[in-house]
Design a binder for this molecule. Sequence first.
Ligand code: NAP
Ligand code: ZN
Ligand code: ZN
Length: 346
Amino acid sequence: MTHAKSYAAQTPTSSLAPWNFERREVGAHDVQFDINYCGVCHSDLHQIRNEWFPGIFPMVPGHEVVGKVTKIGGAVKKFKVGDLVGVGCLVDSCRGCENCKQGLEQYCTVGAVPTYNGMGKDSLPTYGGYSNIMVVHEDFTLRISEKISLAAAAPLLCAGITTYSPLRHWKIGKGHRLAVLGLGGLGHMAVKFGAAFGAEVTVLSTSASKEAEAKKLGAHKFVLTSDPAQAKSVKGYFDFIIDTVSAEHDFRFYLSMLKTNGTHILVGLPSKALEIQPFSIVGGRKSVAGSSIGGLPETQEMLDYCAEHNIVSDIELIDIKDINQAYERMVKGDVRYRFVIDMATL
Ligand code: NAP
Ligand code: ZN
Ligand code: ZN
């Protein structure tokens, strides 16, 4: 076993604090790397607070992990010591089901192994990227180009792929009016990808202060949803809404902004059940859909696309000791647009 340092939550009500644990030895197919940076996803907060389901504690969050390879197993083919690598939300899956065979490991019918708050195939809990080292099977390790900023690339591993994947799946681009609901970590990546793919992008936000930045990120329009006149101006307007909101919100209000045949794609994961009035989708033959992260092949495709088009996250680099305040700011929507932890401060 190898000693690892981390920040962990000991219970669903505690703050994150230093905690030491053991990582497995490097197996034949494993890659070990030093973690340089880890992004802070709203899912980290949902999980340490048990907002989705009872978690496994102590919990070391973090699934936007990037670093440099320090050791490889004897059978590793894709990586060498010194390579820049990333790990997202998954570290294993069954590899044999219909979805795994198609590279849709996120929909593994047996159950993929999450990077933290899950059980590995060795029946040990998985621990995430708010730590100094990681050991991951090479098949679940991704290549990061030297061309892009490593710290700003970290959020691509979750916020990036979670927005890239549905935009590709629904072939959203030229000729489409896309609304990005919520301008946070996921939302700002949806704006960048939507604009890069040629869609007309509108940000639907509760924060007036984000208007100028939304345009700089590539949005063509900005709608402050609390202003009735602005909200009315986009009634029946969009082909797609990509919904990144982390808290409860009124679906009828947003569904009214879709055109006939429009699709509301949920990627945000508020903990409460949705309330959707039948009339709000039956009337315009509208769809409500969902999408989860992305599989390994598509995540690599997205990372390569970002390197080629120089797309990264807009980040605020923080010390690990400031993680609890960062969570408080994230809940208030006060993040521009992703916190990334500098792991050198651990
Ligand atoms: P985030 O950075 O906190 O962004 C969420 C944004 O939603 C906020 O910045 C805010 O934007 C808006 N918002 C917050 N509360 C709202 C409310 N009550 N009504 C309307 N808008 C509100 O969070 P994130 O990291 O992007 O994650 C967003 C959600 O996606 C979380 O639930 C997370 O768990 C989930 N997630 C899902 C997947 C997946 O695979 N599907 C992957 C990663 C994350 P404005 O200030 O612009 O209003
Ligand atoms: Zn995430
Ligand atoms: Zn599977």
